[in-house]
Ligand binder design. Structure first.
Ligand SMILES: [Zn+2]
Length: 452
C-alpha cells in the first residue's frame, strides 16, 4: 500500500547512532504527501492514543500485522549494474586478470541497448525485492545504456545514484572497451549529468548523477583532472575504487608515487560526497585524509574475500569516525543481498581479529587487535551508515528522513527466521533477522512512502 499521507502503526528497529539499536515498539510513523517522515510517536507518548484514534477515524491509519518488523531500507554503496549476469561466477582469478578475462568483455556488451534493458530491469527488480532501497551504481562507458539504467530506476521507483564509467587509459583498458580520449570521457560524463538532472520524471531528484572514474589504473591523468573539475562545478557525488588489492594499490604507488587517497585528493576527487569502494590498504595517514575530507568508504566484505588480498579494518575505521557503509560489489561479491553482506561483514571481522592460520600460536595468529563487530554495527553500515556516507536523508526512521523501509515477515513459512515467543524479544529479534532472514522474509519494500 502507498503510505504517503498515511500514518503507519508498526514495530521495528533502526540505529541512528552506531552501536545502539532503537527498538520501535508499536509506534506511529506519520508520513507526509512527499514520502518523508513527518513525526514518530512512541507508545506512551501523551498524544499517542488521540493521534491513533484520529487517524483510524479518518481512514489514514495503516496497521502492520503482528510478527512483522520494519527496518530502514538497505543502502547498497557499491553495485556494478552491468556485472549482474556474472553474479556467482568468475571468482577464480585475481582482480587484474578478472577485469580483462571476464568483466571487460561482459561490460562491452552494453553497446547493445536491448541487452542493457533486459539485465538492468531484472537487477533493479531483484535489488528492490532484496530490500535495497538506495543503490550507488557503476554503469558502463556507454551513454545510451547508462541512460537506460536511469530510466529503469525512475520507472521502478528505486532511489539510485548512477555514474557513466570513465576509463580511457589505453595501457590498462582494452581497445574494444574504453573511452576513445579524455575529452570523450569528460563529455559523456557531463552529458549523463545533464540527462539525469533534466529528466522529466526526476523532479524529486530520486536519481542522482555520479562522477565515476573506474579507478586510477584505468584513467589517464587528464581524465582524472577533468573529472575533478566536473565534480567541483556540478557538486555531484563521486565514486571510485580505492586501494582495493595489492596490485591496484601498488600500481598507483608506482605510477603516481603516492597512495590512491593522496592521488584522488590531488585531483579534487575526495570530498563530502565521495564514496571509495573497498579502501582495504588505506594507511593511517590516508584514513586521516579521508576523514578530513568527510569522504566515505564502501565496505564490500564478500568481494574482498575474492579480490582484495586483505580484510578492511572496519571497526578501526568506525571507531575513528570515518563514514562507512556496506556494498555488495555485484559481481565481485557473489550475493545481491545486503543481509548476506551484513553477515559477511561480521564474519570477516572476526577472522581479522583472531587471525586464520592454525599453524600459529593464538598470540601470533591474531592480526590487527580489536577488529570484531557485531550485528549492531553490521545493521548500522547497511542502513544509517550508508545514508550518512551519501549525505542523503535515508537509512533511519527519523523525522525529515525519507520513509524508505523493508517489512520483515518473521512468520513467513518459506522464510528462514524462526522466533520463539518464550525466548526471543527486544533487539534479540533484530539479531535473528540480521543473521537468518532471506528473501521470502521480505514482505514489502517502500521507497519515499511508495510501495515498490
Ligand atoms: Zn567495484
Amino acid at each position: 500500500m502507498d503510505l504517503r499521507g498515511k500514518t503507519l502503526n508498526a514495530s521495528g528497529f533502526h540505529t541512528p547512532e552506531r552501536g545502539t539499536i532503537d527498538a520501535l515498539d508499536d509506534v506511529l510513523i506519520e508520513i507526509d504527501a512527499d514520502g518523508a517522515i513527518a513525526a514518530l510517536h512512541r507508545h506512551g507518548d501523551p498524544n499517542y492514543r488521540s493521534i491513533r484514534d484520529a487517524r483510524e477515524a479518518s481512514g489514514e491509519l495503516v496497521t502492520l500485522p503482528a510478527g512483522s518488523y520494519i527496518l530502514p531500507g538497505f543502502v547498497d554503496l557499491h553495485v556494478h549494474a552491468p556485472q549482474y549476469p556474472q553474479l556467482g561466477d568468475a571468482l577464480d582469478v585475481p582482480l587484474e586478470v578478472w577485469l580483462q578475462k571476464y568483466t571487460f568483455p561482459l561490460e562491452a556488451r552494453y553497446r547493445d541497448i536491448a541487452f542493457a534493458r533486459h539485465v538492468y530491469g531484472l537487477l533493479v527488480e531483484d535489488l528492490i525485492a532484496n530490500g535495497t532501497t538506495t543503490a550507488l551504481y557503476f554503469a558502463t562507458i556507454h551513454q545510451d545504456a547508462t541512460r537506460v539504467l536511469v530510466d529503469i530506476c525512475l520507472e521502478k521507483g528505486q532511489r539510485a545514484l548512477i555514474g557513466k564509467v570513465a576509463m580511457d587509459n589505453a595501457d590498462e583498458c582494452p581497445d574494444y572497451y574504453r573511452d576513445r580520449s579524455a575529452q570523450e570521457a569528460l563529455d559523456d560524463t557531463r552529458a549523463l549529468i545533464d540527462y539525469v538532472r533534466g529528466h522529466p520524471d526526476n523532479r524529486e531528484a530520486r536519481v542522482l548523477p555520479v562522477v565515476t572514474p573506474r579507478f586510477i589504473p584505468s584513467c589517464t591523468d587528464a581524465t582524472l583532472e577533468g573529472l575533478g573539475e566536473i565534480a567541483r562545478e556540478c557538486g555531484c557525488h563521486v565514486q571510485t575504487h580505492c586501494s582495493e588489492s595489492d596490485w591496484a594499490h601498488g600500481y598507483v604507488l608506482a605510477r603516481h608515487g603516492m597512495t590512491d587517497t593522496d592521488s584522488l585528493d590531488r585531483f579534487g576527487l575526495l570530498g563530502r560526497k565521495t564514496v571509495l569502494a573497498h579502501a582495504n590498504f588505506l594507511t593511517a595517514k590516508d584514513m586521516e585524509t579521508v576523514q578530513a575530507r568527510e569522504a566515505a568508504v564502501a565496505h564490500c566484505p564478500l568481494s574482498n574475500a575474492y579480490f582484495a588480498n586483505a580484510v578492511f579494518p572496519l571497526r578501526a575505521a568506525l571507531e575513528k569516525g570515518l563514514h562507512v557503509g556496506l556494498g555488495t560489489d555485484i559481481s565481485g561479491g557473489p550475493s545481491a543481498s545486503m543481509l548476506e553482506n551484513a553477515r559477511g561483514a561480521i564474519l570477516v571481522s572476526r577472522m581479522l581479529q583472531s587471525g586464520v592460520d592454525p599453524a600459529l600460536a593464538p598470540a601470533a595468529r591474531s592480526g590487527s587487535g580489536a577488529a570484531q563487530i557485531d550485528f549492531r554495527d553490521a545493521f548500522y553500515i547497511a542502513t544509517s551508515g550508508g545514508g550518512l556516507a551519501l549525505d542523503l536523508p535515508v537509512g533511519q526512521f527519523t523525522p525529515s528522513y525519507q520513509f524508505d523501509a523493508v517489512l520483515i515477515d518473521a512468520t513467513a513459512e518459506k522464510g528462514t527466521v524462526r522466533l520463539f515467543d518464550d525466548r526471543d524479544e527486544g533487539e534479540g529479534i533484530l539479531q535473528k533477522i540480521i543473521y537468518t532472514a532471506s528473501k521470502p522474509n521480505i514482505a514489502a519494500t517502500w521507497i519515499g512512502g511508495r510501495k515498490v
